[in-house]
Each structure stands twice: as structure tokens, then as C-alpha cells.
Design a protein around this ligand. Structure first.
Ligand code: ADP
Ligand code: ADP
Length: 231
């Protein structure tokens, strides 16, 4: 079964003088365990598409079905609840809580799920290990490099056991070595833990690590290829 199915998605931003069509009839489906890059020039609609898939924004037209649930039809609070339990997000700006350590940033999300204290600590440490940050467990974000902060953000996104992770330009603020390192960790989580990742990127090196590459231009899908077949 497809974990995500989007059909006929259009998005028109209402600007007083001139409405702007950011997405123009997008149909896509994604299966569990995919590792997908969404690429295209700046302004092509990548962020808008990821926000709509994740229920952070609503399409003007079309449907988004996640794990059999039509999220376009949900009320705002139901959508928020669905998102919290099913979808992990990673943003280009990391968005960690500055006064909390690596471990506390992750525990914070686990606490929202009402788990007991020992279970929370055990799970937080497992997640920190999965992103290779055991030596930064008690560091606050300002003591971490950009790449390390983004690895904490990936661990945090995994904390709620989402069905998939959406990452909008996760490497945009990273040097190429950190970007490659982050992608290697994401790829390992995909291969070993079957975590589904859908990420947008401008970076050709990051793009090459994906197994499926979807190219968007002017709000339309112009190419959708599996890497095995192109190489
Ligand atoms: P990308 O992520 O590929 O850079 P975006 O989805 O951010 O593309 O933007 C697609 C287009 O929609 C751009 O032209 C952008 O200026 C426009 N856009 C994005 N968000 C808004 C908004 N909230 N209001 C008006 N226009 C927007
Ligand atoms: P990206 O890094 O993906 O290209 P953008 O710089 O296009 O992102 O957009 C960053 C944020 O600003 C997004 O949340 C988008 O919705 C908003 N945005 C982009 N373009 C516009 C616009 N023309 N008017 C209002 N908001 C916009």
C-alpha cells in the first residue's frame, strides 16, 4: 500500500493584486521505506509541496491521503493530532530548543507522549546513538556544529515513531562534509530501520544519495526517476 498518495494538488497563494499558482496539478505516490529527493530550482514549489504532504499547509485543490486517511478533509485540530503521531519534520534551520541539551530536546518530545521516565531516557539514548551523537548527549545546541544540530533534529523527528520523515532542505546550511555525513546517517536509518525519508535539496551531491529523484519546475513534476535505473 502507498503510505502517501497525493492527487491533483494545486496551490494558489492569494496575493491581493495577483494570485500566484505555486503548484499546478501534482500527482504522486510514495511507498513505505522509500528514500526520495525532491529537487528543482528555488521557487519551484518544493517547500509548498512538502508542507502540503505534511499537513502544515492546505492545497487549493486536490487530496492528500496519508496511510489511508484523507488529511485534506480533517479539521485543523484533528490534522495537528494526526501530524504529531504520524509525521516527522526536519527543517533547514534545525529549530532546537536552545536551553535544552541534546538529550533534553529529544526527551521533551517523548514526554508529550506520556511515557514513563525510565522508558523516556532509554529511548532518548537509543535515538542519540542512532545519529552518532553519544559524545554530545549533554551539550546544548550552541555547543554543537550545524551538522550535529541537524542530527539532533533528525533524532527528535524520529522520537514520535512517525510513519515517515519530511525534510525541507536539511543540508541547506551545512558545509559539504557535514551534508554528506547527515545523508549517510539518514540513508543508514532508511536501510537498517526502514525509515521513510522524503527530502528537498538543491545540492547535487545530496541528490545523488537518493534512490528516487523527483524534479519539480514551476509547480509541476517534470521527472520522476529511480536511481538504479539511471545509473
Ligand atoms: P521552493 O521551496 O522550491 O523554493 P516554495 O514552495 O517556497 O519553492 O515557493 C514556490 C513559489 O510560491 C515561490 O514563487 C514563492 O515565492 C511562492 N510562495 C511560497 N510561499 C508563499 C506565500 N506564503 N505567499 C505567497 N507566495 C508564496
Ligand atoms: P526555500 O528555502 O524552500 O526556497 P523560501 O525562501 O521560498 O524557502 O520560503 C521560506 C518561507 O517563506 C516559506 O515558509 C514560504 O511559505 C514563505 N514565502 C516564500 N515566498 C513567499 C512570498 N512571496 N510571500 C510570502 N511568503 C513567502
Amino acid at each position: 500500500m502507498n503510505i502517501i498518495e497525493i492527487k491533483g494538488i494545486t496551490k494558489i497563494y492569494d496575493i491581493k493584486t495577483m494570485p500566484f499558482q505555486a503548484l499546478n496539478g501534482i500527482d504522486l505516490s510514495f511507498q513505505q521505506e522509500e528514500f526520495v529527493a525532491i529537487v528543482g530550482p528555488s521557487g519551484s514549489g518544493k517547500t509548498t509541496l512538502l508542507n502540503i504532504i505534511g499537513g502544515l499547509d492546505s492545497p487549493t485543490d486536490g487530496t492528500v491521503i496519508v496511510d489511508g486517511v484523507n488529511i485534506t478533509g480533517l479539521s485543523n485540530w484533528k490534522k495537528t493530532d494526526f501530524r504529531m503521531h504520524n509525521i516527522g519534520f526536519v527543517f533547514q534551520s534545525y529549530n532546537l530548543i536552545p536551553v535544552l541539551t541534546t538529550k533534553e530536546n529529544i526527551e521533551f518530545i517523548l514526554q508529550l507522549q506520556g511515557r514513563d521516565k525510565e522508558d523516556i531516557e532509554k529511548r532518548a539514548l537509543e535515538l542519540i546513538e542512532a545519529v552518532g551523537l553519544m559524545n554530545k548527549t549533554n551539550s546544548r545546541p550552541n555547543k554543537l556544529s550545524g551538522g550535529e544540530q541537524q542530527r539532533v533534529a533528525v533524532a527528535r523527528a524520529l522520537a514520535s515513531k512517525p510513519k515517515f520523515i519530511l525534510a525541507d532542505e536539511p543540508t541547506a546550511n551545512l558545509d559539504s562534509k557535514s551534508a554528506e555525513n547527515l545523508l549517510d546517517i539518514m540513508e543508514k536509518l532508511n536501510r537498517e530501520e526502514n525509515i521513510t525519508f522524503i527530502f528537498s535539496t538543491h545540492d547535487a551531491r545530496v541528490m545523488k544519495k537518493a534512490r528516487r529523484i523527483i524534479t519539480i519546475e514551476d509547480g509541476k513534476v517534470i521527472e520522476d526517476v529511480l536511481r538504479e535505473k539511471v545509473l
